[in-house]
Design a protein around this ligand. Structure first.
Ligand SMILES: N=CN[C@@H](CCC(=O)O)C(=O)O
Ligand SMILES: [Zn+2]
Length: 420
């Protein structure tokens, strides 16, 4: 048996429950002062006031611990869950980023052969080892931000060999470093050059060959599609997602990012686990989404910021009773950052979310966007022991110390894996 006892936390701050929080529920955070957490074999067993937890452990004759950490002076939170990223890629797009800052647009760059295609060219050239090593470095950066679970999408291979390479690198990374990766197949990230005027053939190829192979080899849990103008239209997105669902994949969707193609409606209709971006979501779609218990609205403020777009209407979504998650969208084009402090600053100051809502969106609702809300995202008995410490005594310092990385310790599965 391996166990850990955390004592005297100035504050334990956590959402509660095993499922997505909607609307007003997102604003409810449980705070315990002078808190303690006991973790056994990677699972949280006790959470409460230090005196109460210590008493309970004594009663149960638990008096030997592999590690005891005094958390006085720290707020202690669930590990952050970054539920939308494209962190596995090769090559950077600095020039295009600067062009955009100077006035060009994401789609103009893509039409001229840059954008996702440029990263596909570089990623195809990269070896398994190169991809693994750069992925490893990025995961380490995430860990230091307090991210204990991340979603990773393929989508920079766009052919069988290179999509499989990305998915296999994810599998390897899951074995060799602490951050858990939930894997998504995003073959429908762009129409590959080889299929430029044959988009239907590419969709057919994914449906007839790639999806069954990936399912058979258990290389991805989710299937996603970039449904937008100039990429995959609604009809093709529906065709692909329906086929994926039939094979047992869970669904995600890049929806209403650049243009409104009614993508959120489709995500709702197909019971997707999440609909992501939503910058251009319509009022009707907000209504539709609010009726869905389990489709998370995943908002990506760093992307809107870097694309100089409006932010997704977080307030309207939450006030209409939707469940909102926040994620980084870490990718080499529209959001080359995994900065949790930047997400927090944009979500509060620009998107008018409360700090309680932001914490829920980065933990429990992030877990829900990965279908993990019954295992992760809160500090409660039965949940995985993924816990972070801040260098200040109250979680609201995350807002107050604007832009600062306040994470001082990260516990993964009950073990200390990072100390800043
Ligand atoms: N929009 C599509 N995919 C990414 C961008 C990927 C890229 O530009 O490389 C996104 O979510 O923003
Ligand atoms: Zn994305």
């Amino acid at each position: 048996m391996k166990n850990l006892l955390i004592l005297h936390a100035s504050q334990i701050a956590t959402p509660t429950g095993n499922s997505i929080k909607h609307g007003r529920e997102m604003d409810q955070i449980k705070c315990i002062s002078d808190g303690a957490i006991y973790v056994e074999n990677g699972t949280i067993k006790e959470v409460g006031k230090t005196n109460d937890v210590v008493e309970k452990l004594k009663k149960n004759n638990i008096n030997k611990f592999d590690q005891i950490i005094n958390a006085a002076g720290s707020a202690v939170l669930p590990g952050f869950i970054d539920s939308h990223t494209h962190f596995l890629f090769s090559g950077y797009r600095l020039e295009e980023f600067c062009e955009r800052v100077g006035g060009s647009t994401y789609m103009k760059i893509m039409e001229n052969g840059g954008g996702i295609q440029a990263t596909v060219d570089e990623t195809r050239k990269a070896s398994f080892t190169e991809l693994r090593d750069s992925g490893m470095q990025r995961l380490n950066e995430m860990l230091q931000q307090g991210i204990t679970t991340v979603e990773g999408k393929s989508g920079y291979g766009l052919d069988e060999k290179n999509e499989m390479k990305q998915l296999e690198v994810f599998r390897e990374l899951n074995l060799i470093q602490p951050v858990d990766i939930s894997v998504t197949y995003l073959g429908a990230h762009a129409i590959p050059r080889e299929y430029q005027d044959k988009a239907d053939d590419y969709v057919d190829l994914m449906i007839s060959k790639l999806l069954p192979k990936i399912k058979h080899e258990e290389l991805a849990e989710f299937v996603d599609v970039f449904c937008d103008k100039g990429v995959f239209d609604l009809k093709r997105a529906e065709q692909l997602l329906k086929a994926a669902k039939k094979l047992g994949f869970k669904l995600k969707m890049h929806a209403d990012e650049i243009a409104n193609l009614n993508g959120v409606s489709l995500a709702a209709k197909l019971d997707a686990v999440s609909a992501d971006h939503l910058i251009k979501i319509s009022p009707e779609e907000i209504k539709e989404l609010s009726k869905k218990e389990n489709t998370v609205a995943t908002l990506l403020p760093c992307t809107a910021f870097c694309l100089k777009e409006n932010f997704a209407p977080a307030r309207d979504l939450i006030d209409s009773n939707c469940g909102v998650a926040l994620a980084s969208d870490y990718n080499p084009g529209s959001s080359f950052t995994c900065s949790i402090p930047l997400i927090i600053a944009l979500a509060t100051f620009e998107m008018k979310m409360t700090m309680n809502e932001v914490l829920t969106a980065l933990t429990l609702n992030g877990a829900a966007a990965l279908d993990l809300a019954n295992k992760k995202g809160t500090l409660e008995p039965g949940k995985v022991g993924d816990i972070i410490f801040l260098k200040y005594p109250d979680f609201r310092y995350l807002l107050y110390n604007t832009g600062g990385n306040l994470v001082s310790k990260v516990i993964k599965n009950g073990e200390l894996v990072y100390e800043g």
